[in-house]
Write a protein that binds this ligand. Structure first.
Ligand SMILES: Cc1ncc(COP(=O)(O)O)c(C=O)c1O
Length: 451
């Protein structure tokens, strides 16, 4: 299991290579909590390294809390956050002799808490629920009550009747658009933005006009509104996907006023909001303003496999959404509903751990990117992705070269309404530091090859 050929030169010094190898094994599930490593002497022999190098690497991993060594019983893998919350293990899949790094999607694996919550659900709530025929369309009152209490505690006073539960935030946006029934007309979104939003808006007969994210110039928004008379403005004011940036606090009231002045519905996508990573205070969400429709979900905070999202509206719009026929297929299943009920009380812990992981990942990514020429970016306030600008070459060339080096990344044009971006690459930082160091090394090679 431990061979010199498994060390990767791109990971850095020999010591770093050993550290990265252990972390990779953990991330791929080859080493789990409690797994025992060979002795330092044996490990050094198998890896063809000096014992000093191996001892140093293991010392670092012990200091990071990844490993522990007990006299008499050897070195074991500790129950670290890395194992309790294994973000994106699927981002590395083997392709031949070098791992292919597929970072086209920003996804997270389920934290360990999902297992506990599922066991609790099976013991406590499932047997009783089995006597009924599952939650009503729009989600159970129990889960809506729990989520409403959570939103209220986060500063957005919410009653259970204001929430419609859906199979994720995208389905929430779809439900909101169905209920509002605004088309044909124009929708304003940030550009770049979450690509599925373009598809959904278009499906509801809305043409999309882009307002530059990160710049968030309110005069320009007013100008776009005068020109297009939009029916709806869809925004991600917090930890925006793909830039990871947030609409400055002092512009939020102006944005809401502009939407009102031009009679546009305001839909705030708050899916990424809980993943705030910056040190300063987070601005109030747009959903605090009356008449804002907001969507959110447990996909980014807990697990994309748990299909529970919501749309928060006034009660009248909720009635309209509930009568829209497609909702019967867009509500979470009975099992997801019950599982989410068991998870919500654990959310602070789950999100706290995930933020800590994402912060460490982002830090590793930025440290690596600083060593590259021809790239620039704004540090995300949160979320899961960094929007890298290439100053000298076109994104397509770099992406093609990266593919040759076993690295797949999302191209900027996917995130703009007209597909015109040529300068950006989206880099998710859901993968752990060791993988991200490899990502930066391959990206560096791709950049060198393209310039
Ligand atoms: C901004 C934004 N909104 C919504 C979604 C969709 O979330 P869900 O999986 O809950 O439908 C995503 C997923 O990437 C997203 O980035």
């Amino acid at each position: 299991m431990w061979r010199a050929g498994d060390l990767e030169a791109a990971d850095g010094t020999k010591t770093e290579q050993v550290e990265a190898l252990v972390l990779r094994r953990i991330e791929r599930g080859e080493l789990s909590i409690g797994s025992r490593l060979p002795s330092e002497r044996v490990l050094a022999e198998r890896l063809g390294l000096s014992r000093v190098t191996v001892v140093r690497a293991l010392d670092h991993l012990r200091a990071d809390g990844v490993l522990e060594t007990k006299r008499g019983s050897g070195t074991h893998v500790r129950p670290t956050d890395r194992l309790l919350d294994p973000i994106a293990p699927a981002s590395t899949v083997s392709a031949g002799d070098q791992p292919l790094l597929d970072l086209r999607f920003a996804t997270t694996a389920a934290p360990h808490d999902v297992v506990e919550a599922a066991a609790q659900m099976v013991a406590d709530s499932l047997p009783q629920a089995m006597g009924g025929d599952g939650p009503p369309s729009g989600g159970s009152l129990e889960l809506r009550t729990a989520l409403a209490a959570r939103l209220t505690s986060e500063g957005v006073p919410t009653e259970p009747d204001q929430l419609t539960l859906t199979v994720g935030a995208a389905a929430g946006l779809n439900a909101a658009l169905a209920g509002l029934d605004l088309g044909p007309g124009v929708a304003i979104t940030e550009t770049p933005t979450y690509p599925a939003a373009f598809d959904l808006l278009r499906k509801h007969r809305l043409d999309v006009a882009g307002w530059p994210a990160g710049v968030w110039d309110t005069d320009q928004l007013a100008h776009l509104c005068r020109r297009h008379r939009p029916k709806v403005i869809y925004l991600q004011a917090d930890n925006h996907n793909p830039t990871g940036l947030s609409l400055p606090a002092d512009r939020r009231t102006t944005v809401v006023e502009i939407a009102r002045r031009y009679g546009a519905a305001l839909i705030s996508d708050e899916t990424m909001r809980p993943l705030w990573l910056a040190s300063g205070e987070q601005a109030d969400p747009l959903s605090r303003y009356p008449r804002t429709v907001s969507v959110g979900s447990l996909s980014k905070t807990v697990w994309g496999g748990l299909r529970v999202g919501w749309v928060r509206t006034g009660k009248q719009l909720r009635r309209r959404i509930n009568t829209a026929a497609q909702l019967s297929v867009a509500s979470p299943s009975a099992l997801d509903d019950l599982l989410a009920q068991a998870i919500v009380p654990k959310l602070d812990k789950v999100i706290g751990r995930r933020r800590a992981r994402l912060r460490a990942n982002l830090n590793a990514l930025e440290t690596g990117l600083k060593t590259l020429d021809g790239v620039t970016w704004a540090t995300p306030t949160g979320g899961m992705t960094l929007w890298l600008e290439l100053t000298d070459v076109r994104a397509r060339r770099v992406l093609d070269a990266a593919r040759e080096h076993g690295l797949l990344l999302g191209s900027g044009d996917l995130f703009t309404p007209d597909g015109t971006d040529r300068r950006h690459i989206r880099i998710p930082f859901t993968a752990p530091p060791a993988t991200l160091r490899l990502v930066v090394a391959r990206l560096g090679d791709a950049l060198n090859q393209s310039t």
